[in-house]
Design a protein around this ligand. Structure first.
Ligand code: ATR
Length: 278
């Protein structure tokens, strides 16, 4: 048996983080590939993040996933950022290098992998609706354009935030912004992505029924109960053929992080099947 204290350390840092599935996912990947590691969920308050990361580094932390509410702070702490992390100003994966932390964002690639490989959804050439303009929304924009989407419409309750996102990420491709309240005038969409936190606050998005084009794909970046209201709305429109929560995105972004740390991309299908089974 390897001594757990001597195994390379990895962690997911956030607050709250106790219910994170990341330790389970990374352990499954590691077991399947025979990689020795110790992966923990560590609750870290935003104001103590910088000091905590430094001390974890001295205790042997080689990489970390970063979740709410630390993704933007993580981006500011890095010595170097990947293009996706730089464009979205958010980091979900930290890799320790000799001279400091390298920050990446695998959320967008994770979303695109889930859509393309697990759900069979073609993104190239599509007009995509992204609902929400917070960190979760920003994080996935670069990868959507990398997949070749034709146009992105970002709709947000606070329209100024959608406009800021469209401007900040305009190098990625054509982005139009609008207020959530005026979405009914913007036409129909083949792919609709919910990146808001409305359901986590028990609030309704009040989306118009006319939004999905026939055969549309509705996808919530959250998983479990948090995704249910959006997916129930999609079902009521009778237009969507694919409706999915973001559990697959979670597993795929983890596989991308695993690859950056260990140089090998694990097979995600068995882990996703196991999580879906409960
Ligand atoms: P995250 O990092 O999860 O994106 P965030 O930055 O707080 O968190 O962003 C939350 C997103 O959900 C925002 O787009 C927010 O809209 P506002 O910018 O107008 O706040 C959106 N959101 C939260 N509650 C909402 C609600 N009841 N209706 C519509 N949008 C909501």
């Amino acid at each position: 048996m390897p001594d757990p204290a001597s195994e390379p350390r990895y962690a997911v840092l956030g607050q709250p983080v106790a219910h994170s599935l990341s330790p389970r996912i990374h352990q499954r990947f590691a077991d399947a590939l025979g990689v020795a590691l110790r992966y923990e969920a560590l609750d870290v308050a935003p104001e103590e993040f910088a000091a905590r990361l430094e001390s974890l580094h001295h205790q042997g932390l080689r990489g970390a996933n970063v979740t709410l509410p630390l993704k933007e702070r993580a981006a500011r702490l890095c010595r170097e950022l990947s293009p996706a992390a730089r464009l979205s100003s958010a980091v979900n994966t930290l890799v320790r290098r000799e001279d400091g932390w390298f920050g990446d964002n695998t959320d967008g690639v994770g979303l695109c992998c889930d859509l393309r490989d697990n759900l069979g959804v073609e993104l190239a050439g599509k007009r995509v609706l992204l609902i929400g303009a917070g960190g979760a929304a920003r994080g996935v924009v670069p990868a959507l354009f990398e997949e070749g989407i034709a146009e992105l419409v970002v709709a947000n309750r606070t329209p100024e935030r959608a406009a800021a996102l469209a401007e900040d990420l305009s190098d990625c491709g054509p982005i139009q912004s609008c207020a959530l309240a005026s979405l009914a005038e913007i036409g129909r969409f083949g792919i609709l992505l919910n990146a808001t936190s409305a359901s986590r606050h028990g609030e309704d998005l009040a989306l118009p029924q006319s939004l999905p084009a026939p055969g549309a794909v509705a996808y919530d970046l959250s998983y479990g109960a948090a995704a249910e209201p959006f997916l129930a709305w999609a079902a009521r429109t009778h237009a969507t053929v694919v409706a999915s929560d973001g559990l697959g995105m979670l597993v795929e972004q983890a596989a991308e992080a695993f690859q950056r740390w260990h140089g090998i991309r694990p097979d995600t299908a068995p882990v996703l099947r196991e999580l879906r089974a409960g």
